[in-house]
Design a protein around this ligand. Structure first.
Ligand code: MLT
Length: 266
């Protein structure tokens, strides 16, 4: 698996295929493996780039605070390190979507389109910020195990939990093995992220807004509002899926992304 020196750390990245670059940015507190079904599928037509963000997965752990901009800067530096100069299609899920907003702000010219899965444009309210801080403190004290059981019901619909035990176990395993300092830093960074709602009308990129029908973290009503506020956005809802729609229902998700990518180059 390739590794690149990116800013102050070594970043692990899976790259596969050939063609226009398609960058997959994972959610919290996960890694590139959440995109397994997309990596194989889109490597037939695209250069797929699926990194582990700093401290996650097999990327090097870096101490100290981060922001959504830190992650966006890392992604831009990764593209530089990989000599990717063509504009990329950026597909981010949840925290990956928060990072996408920061990437648009700083690196608009490096983007061909946006694919935003199960994410939000608003900032956390005070109660949510307190929960982020409690999560950070608890994970630093107790380790990552508790988050694995705490998060599963929020990430996946009941149907997935009952019928796809292998992806539930795989996700728990990823969470349990994620470094506590990385989780604490990203939890605090999400709590401090800005509200980008006012910027949505000025984002002139072709955009796919994709959400699981039963997403409990970034609900369809909120994602529909994002699509309405963006001038070139298409909204797609994935039936029988929750927050982790690309992992829960890869076939309709891949079909929606494929259709969007074809349309966005016309
Ligand atoms: C994620 O999937 O990245 C998180 O659920 C985002 C969040 O907690 O806001």
């Amino acid at each position: 698996m390739p590794q690149f020196r990116v800013n102050d750390h070594t970043m692990h990245v899976v790259t596969q295929g050939d063609g226009p670059p398609l960058l997959f940015v994972h959610g919290f507190p996960l890694d590139h493996t959440m995109w397994s079904a997309q990596i194989d599928h889109f490597a037939k037509t695209h250069t797929v780039i699926a990194p582990d963000l700093r401290g996650f997965g097999q990327s090097e752990v870096v101490d100290g605070p981060v922001t959504m901009q830190t992650y966006a800067d890392d992604l831009a530096a990764l593209l530089d390190a990989m000599n990717i100069t063509d504009p990329v299609h950026l597909c981010g899920l949840s925290m990956g979507g928060y990072i996408a907003w920061a990437f648009v702000e700083r690196y608009r010219d490096r983007l061909a389109s946006l694919i935003l899965c199960d994410t939000r444009a608003t900032a956390d309210n005070t109660a949510a910020q307190k929960t982020r801080e409690l999560t950070a403190l608890r994970v630093l004290k107790e380790g990552s195990d508790f988050l694995a059981s705490d998060l599963i019901d929020k990430l996946f619909v009941k149907q997935t939990r009952e019928q796809r035990p292998e992806i539930i176990e795989q996700t728990k395993q990823v969470i349990r093995s994620t470094d506590p300092t990385t989780i604490a830093a990203s939890s605090r960074a999400m709590g401090a992220r800005p509200d980008v709602s006012d910027r949505l009308p000025s984002i002139d990129l072709p955009t796919l807004i994709l959400v699981g029908e039963h997403d409990a973290i970034s609900p369809p009503s909120e994602m529909r509002d994002i699509a309405t506020a963006m001038p070139h956005a298409t909204y797609v809802e994935i039936k029988a899926a929750g927050h982790m729609s690309p992992l829960e229902r890869p076939e309709p998700v891949n079909a929606a992304i494929e259709h969007f990518l074809l349309e966005s180059i016309r």
